[in-house]
Design a protein around this ligand. Structure first.
Ligand code: BES
Ligand code: ZN
Ligand code: ZN
Length: 483
């Protein structure tokens, strides 16, 4: 889909469909809408859509009156959703060329960016492997403004870069595990990196053995697929300050649970257990184009968690790269094992600040449902940075506790430094506590995206399937970084 901004009088925009936001309580008089308002057929409530053909006074073939809610509550996040839902609505009716009327005070960079994001995110479908020829697509999306110059054009460009990165992440996550093995992730990352002039290095099993990544290798040993540790480096031309951001993402291409095998029901969804890693790869694609002023390195440990004959067993003790020993109580708690070594490696590579994203625990879904990412931090300033970025991107994240008592009460092993599980209660917290042992003193935030990386039902503005959550927050975190 091609996206642009255009300076144009609303009446003169020739398009198949023009989206016009209408607000609750503001009776729209144009486009023959006043009768619809009077009849109560249009109220302006959020995401209520009314399609009018050949409305008077405009060139557009159709106007989609798009409910925007109360104007005092309307912000860029609401516009992103409105645009996404409107594009999906029109696409379902085979409309291919769409414009959005952004009038008056709404025609600012933030709104233009959000509108373009909404359109591109809304257009995505997880239907790559459907072979029918009836797939609907949108060819063009234009943000029409009455005035405004290059600044709005740049904002539209930024929106395109970010949304395409998020869709790239969604596409990676959507791939089934037979087509997205650790080596396939590495190939996809290398292709993205070379197209975007980033450096990409893939560490293989012998290299990981040499570095002593016993926690990661223990998970991988049950699969015939070899592991890969993908490292993607962005370096600014003129770095500012001393920060070096490390982005660490869980890349379990399929999680059977290993010997502690999962029940069959719903297991097919465990192809999305690499969503954290895919978020980091997507974020790097956007950063290569938006060029933040700090160095950013992504680390994606990729493994398949299988119960093969060489699989690790409950009770096995592995030695992580940091030197800590871990008793593997449950082989299904594999994400924290691979992240432990990736976090250690990221620190050794000189990262001064770390964020990890992982579909880490079912417990976070119990705690927060499918609406909020669970956010854990060992450092208040770092937590606030990520929360601020998430807020401005409309990605809901909720701070969770991370207190030492969770370690002393729950993370005890009589045989090793740490067990890989902390028992029945507070499972998302004890998992985060385990990771904290490997982030050590480096300011670090952990995002548990198990409940939010996959939409079972879809939303009016987003197809069901992979959501690409955390990509926008990570991109904003890096591009806003000052000091
Ligand atoms: N990948 C799962 C977590 C998960 C669960 C992601 C549901 C998405 C939806 C993770 O590796 C896992 O299996 N965690 C276990 C940990 C337990 C064994 C301590 C869990 O949450 O049940
Ligand atoms: Zn698991
Ligand atoms: Zn897992």
């Amino acid at each position: 889909m091609k996206t642009t901004t255009k300076q144009h009088a609303i009446a003169a925009i020739a398009t198949e469909a023009l989206i016009v936001p209408v607000f609750e309580g503001h009776k729209e008089q144009r486009f023959g809408a006043s009768d619809l308002f009077d009849a109560g057929e249009v109220s302006g409530k959020p995401l209520e859509f009314t399609l009018v053909h050949h409305p008077p006074g405009v060139e557009a073939q159709r106007v989609l009156l798009a409910g925007a809610g109360k104007s005092e509550k309307f912000d860029a996040g609401e516009l992103r959703k409105l645009t996404g839902a409107a594009v999906r609505h029109l696409k379902s009716k085979s409309v291919k060329n769409i414009a959005l009327a952004l009038e008056g005070g709404w025609a600012t960079g933030d709104y233009v960016c959000a509108a373009v994001e909404g359109a591109i995110l809304g257009e995505f479908e997880p239907d790559r492997y459907k072979t029918g020829d009836d797939k609907k697509t949108v060819d063009s999306f234009t943000v029409a403004v009455e005035s405004g110059g290059g600044e709005l054009q740049r904002a539209a460009e930024r929106g395109r870069v970010i949304a395409e990165a998020q869709n790239f992440t969604r596409a990676l996550v959507n791939e089934p595990a037979n087509r997205m093995t650790p080596r396939n992730i590495a190939e996809a990352a290398q292709k993205m990196a070379s197209e975007n002039r980033l450096e990409c290095e893939v560490l293989d099993q012998p290299q990981m053995e040499k570095m002593g990544m016993g926690a990661l290798l223990g998970v991988s040993q049950g699969s015939a697929e070899p592991p890969a540790l993908v490292v993607i480096r962005y370096r600014p031309e003129k770095p500012q300050g001393r920060a070096h951001l490390g982005l660490v993402g869980k890349g379990v291409t399929f999680d059977t649970g290993g010997i502690s095998i999962k029940p069959a029901e719903g297991m097919e969804k465990m192809k999305y257990d690499m969503a954290g890693g895919a978020s980091m790869i997507g974020a790097m694609q956007a950063l290569a184009q938006l060029k933040p002023s700090i160095p950013v390195t992504a680390f994606v440990p990729c493994v398949e968690n299988m119960p093969g004959s060489r699989a690790q067993r409950p009770g096995d003790i592995v030695t992580a790269m940091s030197g800590k020993t871990i008793e593997v109580i449950n082989t299904d708690a594999e994400g924290r094992l691979i992240l432990a070594d990736a976090l250690t490696y990221a620190r050794k590579q000189g990262c001064t600040h770390l964020v990890d994203a992982a579909t880490l625990t079912g417990a976070i879904v119990v705690a927060l449902g499918h609406l909020n990412v669970g956010l854990f931090a060992n450092n208040d300033a770092m937590r606030d940075r990520v929360l601020a970025a998430a807020k401005s991107e409309g990605e809901r994240m909720w701070p969770m506790p991370l207190e030492d008592d969770y370690k002393t009460e729950y993370l005890k092993s009589p045989f090793a430094d740490l067990p890989n599980v902390g028992g029945r209660w507070g499972g998302a917290i004890t998992a985060a506590m385990f990771l904290k042992e490997f982030a050590e003193e480096t300011p670090w935030v952990h995002l548990d995206i198990a409940g939010t990386a996959w939409l079972d039902d879809g939303k009016p503005f987003l197809a069901k399937g992979p959501s690409g959550v955390s990509v926008r927050t990570l991109v904003r975190l890096a591009t806003n970084w000052k000091d």
